[in-house]
Design a protein around this ligand. Structure first.
Ligand code: ATP
Ligand code: MG
Length: 637
């Protein structure tokens, strides 16, 4: 048995002993009486009887050994700001924010909704909530009023923390009017709003409700707010899933289990060490931002980079496709975390930018959120010269479910596979309709997790235990298992391959094809930057595959002859690799694909447009013009 296999075995054979050991990675005020209470499946309660605090573990416990070391490194290529907060400074700022929130009436168990751009005040607010036991609900700062309003109604926050504005690609986006409109739309009204004024956009203040953060901060400069010792099973926060497959679900997480899970993942998966720098390019509005911008790195005693801006913009606000690598060099980043979608953006830049900076500090680049196609993985891996580690997980899990545990054993990775199940996760592949376990290599089924789920995993759906049980645990017939709603296979070496979502399958003349397999094949063509494949209803064949491609050189988008030629080439690639059956009925060329604000392809929306149906919940779409372009192409066909 390899070192990792042994480690994994211990975690699933004796989970309580295993996690009791991991629990030593964090500070407890009172140790747990019971490691796991799984008496009411599918609910798993970790470290019952224990008390601790996320903010204490992220900030206070590092003050003695590394108080003057960097904790939060803020870089904005939108405003040109660059500022380093030491653990001591972070400690002071978090207490000032905590005191401000308390002045506005926030106490333990109250919700605080955070609608913020990527600025330090957002992290201060999250940590301040954790410190006093308030439940934070971070809503991605790019959302419009409608999406924000439904989240305000669901979370019922006592206070909303926001700012005058965010900025994207140099364009100021005023948040305050969006927030005002959202509060107007919401049946529930927050008692107070705490606003950071960045001086980017004017703010109209509503008297009695709106407060300027700097004014409250000034009153609490010397605030000393002790950490509230919370039950391990208390609620730390709620966060909504990305909404790729429909209405977002409010994922609720605990305190102690989450802290332990993050501390363990920093050690065993990311191999991040105290005093080093971690750089995640995500946003605090997503689970990656919670786990690996704010809490994980800080719990591990690392400095974390908080980056506001595009991957292609310099600190002088001029175009710079090398900005991330410049930051890796400057801050000696050892562990980096990004998404395939961001790498595909960089792929359109000059590859020499990857070689321009000294990246010798970097040990690995982790990528998550979407399938990592082989050409993209190879491109970035060869360009950077560091291992690229694919990472499969979900908002629901809070930390990676399938990847390579670099800190335990640097197992080789395989292109196209995120790796093997992480310790604590009993991951199985089940037949979708019979529920039977598929154990032979390369048999395709639904990826599920057998309970009890490990620490850090969602506790339930916020305010809705029934939805948690019915949505996630009752989808496979005859078995109470957690469904990921993703297809997968396991090869003879135990490596998993994720083949797309269970609702992304097309049926061509009785043959079931994964859209992801066709996309993978198409992305092998040298002129393909991005691709989405969807199944479209067809009177003759049941369904046919339609491909939408962003060509690297852009020519086929506007030039009909070039489009015809490229379409033929792409059809041939697919027919040669997967057979004629998988060949798309049409390949259309577009300048961009519809995605969620977290960078996930909205295949269901493309499919609906192709079938002239209502695309449904589009509240999380990034650029509606991309869908409009597809609508025009389809209707002019
Ligand atoms: P919703 O659940 O609201 O439809 P979502 O599933 O996109 O939205 P997230 O929790 O952000 O919300 O995304 C998790 C999903 O992203 C996974 O279930 C999987 O489909 C996909 N995913 C994440 N990482 C990977 C990866 N490394 N490889 C393949 N797919 C991935
Ligand atoms: Mg999901």
């Amino acid at each position: 048995m390899s070192r990792y296999e042994e480690f994994y075995r211990q975690s699933v054979d004796a989970p309580e002993a295993f996690w009791a050991e991991q629990a030593k990675l964090i500070d407890w005020q009172t140790p747990a009486e019971q490691i796991l209470d799984a008496s009411q499946p599918p609910f798993a309660r970790w470290f019952v009887g224990g008390t601790t605090n996320l903010c204490h573990n992220a900030v206070d416990r590092h003050l003695a050994a590394r108080g003057d070391q960097p904790a939060l490194i803020f870089v904005s290529t939108e405003t040109g700001a660059e500022k380093i907060y030491s653990f001591k400074e972070l400690h002071a700022e978090v207490q000032r924010t905590a005191a401000s929130l308390m002045e506005l009436g926030v106490g333990k168990g109250d919700r605080v909704l955070i609608y913020m751009p990527m600025i330090p005040e957002a992290a201060f607010a999250m940590l301040a909530c954790a410190r006093i036991g308030a439940i934070h609900c971070v809503v991605f700062g790019g959302f419009a009023s409608g999406s924000l309003a439904t989240r305000i109604e669901d979370a019922e926050p006592k206070v909303v923390v926001s700012a005058d504005a965010g900025s994207r690609g140099g364009k100021v986006i005023a948040y305050k009017p969006l927030l005002d409109e959202a509060i107007r739309l919401s049946k529930y009204k927050p008692a107070a709003v705490l606003l950071t004024d960045r001086g980017l956009a004017p703010m109209d203040l509503t008297a009695g409700r709106d407060h300027v953060a700097s004014e409250l901060r000034r009153k609490h400069l010397d605030a000393e707010v002790p950490c509230a010792w919370l039950a391990s099973t208390d609620i730390s926060y709620t966060i909504y899933t990305s909404g790729t497959t429909g209405k977002p679900k409010g994922v609720q997480r605990d305190v102690g289990g989450y802290a332990v899970a993050l501390a363990a993942s920093m050690k065993h998966i990311f191999d991040g060490r105290p005093g080093e720098t971690y750089f995640s390019t995500s946003d605090i509005g997503w689970v990656v931002g919670h786990s690996y911008i704010v809490y994980g790195p800080l719990i591990a005693g690392m400095a974390t980079i908080m980056y506001e801006g595009l991957p292609t913009q310099g600190i002088d606000r001029q175009p710079d496709g090398g900005i991330w690598w410049r930051l890796v060099e400057k801050y000696k980043v050892t562990v980096m975390f990004s998404a395939p979608t961001a790498v595909r953006v960089l792929k359109k830049q000059d590859p020499a930018l990857l070689k321009k900076y000294d990246l010798s500090s970097l040990r690995a680049l982790f990528l998550a959120g979407e399938p990592l196609d082989e050409p993209t993985a190879r491109w970035i891996s060869e360009g950077l010269g560091v291992p690229i580690i694919d990472n499969y997980w979900q908002t629901e899990s809070g930390w990676p479910m399938i990847t390579i545990a670099n800190g335990v054993e640097a197992k080789p990775s395989k292109f196209g596979s995120p790796g093997v199940p992480m310790y604590g996760y009993r991951i199985k592949i089940l037949h979708e309709s019979t529920g039977e376990e598929l154990t032979a290599p390369n048999e395709k089924g639904v990826v599920v997790v057998e309970g009890p789920t490990p620490p850090g995993f969602m506790q339930t759906v916020w305010k809705d235990d029934a939805r948690f049980v019915n949505t996630y645990w009752k989808s496979v017939p005859g078995k109470m298992v957690y469904s990921t709603f993703d297809w997968g296979i396991r090869d003879e070496d135990g490596y998993f391959y994720i083949l797309g979502r269970t609702d992304d399958v097309i049926n061509v003349a009785g043959h079931r094809l994964g859209t992801r397999e066709i996309e993978e094949s198409i992305s092998g063509h040298a002129n393909v930057a991005e691709v989405a494949v969807v199944g479209v209803a067809d009177a003759l064949k049941g369904q046919v595959a339609m491909a939408f491609v962003v060509p690297k050189d852009g020519i086929a988008v506007t030039d009909a002859d070039a489009a015809l030629k490229l379409e033929g080439e792409i059809m041939k690639v697919v027919a040669d690799q997967l057979g004629a059956l998988a060949r798309p009925a049409r390949v259309r060329f577009v300048s961009g694909l519809p995605k969620t604000r977290s960078g996930k392809l909205l295949r269901r929306a493309i499919q609906a447009v192709c079938e002239q149906r209502d695309p449904g919940d589009l509240t999380t779409i990034d650029d509606p013009a991309t869908l409009q372009q597809i609508r025009q192409l389809v209707s002019s066909a």
